[in-house]
Write a protein that binds this ligand. Sequence first.
Ligand code: IMP
Length: 197
Amino acid sequence: MEIVLATRNKKKIEEIKRITEGMAVTIFTLDDFPGCPEVEEDGTTFEENAIKKAVTVAEFTGKPSLADDSGLEVYALKRAPGTLSARYAGEGADDRKNVEKLLKEMHSVKERKARFVCCIALALNEYSVNAFFGYSDGDIGMEPRGLNGFGYDPVFYPAGYSKTFAEMSDKEKDLLSHRGRALEELKRNLAEKLKDR
Ligand code: IMP
């Protein structure tokens, strides 16, 4: 099966390729389809955004498309930054600025529980779409630690671990991460689909 990944985020593309390795799928990216329309992530839920992206790309390319929408929910901040995770510190903000803003908002917050959420939508075409979810519970640290990963990884301690996602190897993170878990769900579903072909 050929699948187009509806993202330009290199780290996400790497993660998804790694996790789908060994399956009978050929992965394309948006770089293989110049002119594909950009999708505005204006939905209020991760699911809404992921479905919108996957359907737009499936319609444009005529191939099954996979889109993910993910983010960090901090309970003490009423689940912010949530679907705004990528632009928490403003439009065009980079990871460092977003993390800085988060730590500032949480300066005097003691209850630091949070979770990463990932919704992956697989659109076979505009009429057939499935959504898969993955979650990773943890705590927000007081300062950034580690150099791996991206986004909020340097301040996220997965539950039961005393190191951040940014201090873990790719393999370790994949086993615990929201994206890894959503992809495992997807993998099970794809295996069923490929069996029926
Ligand atoms: P989007 O899914 O491309 O809209 O981006 C979600 C944003 O959430 C990213 O830019 C990161 O800031 C954050 N995020 C999503 N997944 C992760 C992760 O695995 N580690 C760290 N930050 C993440």
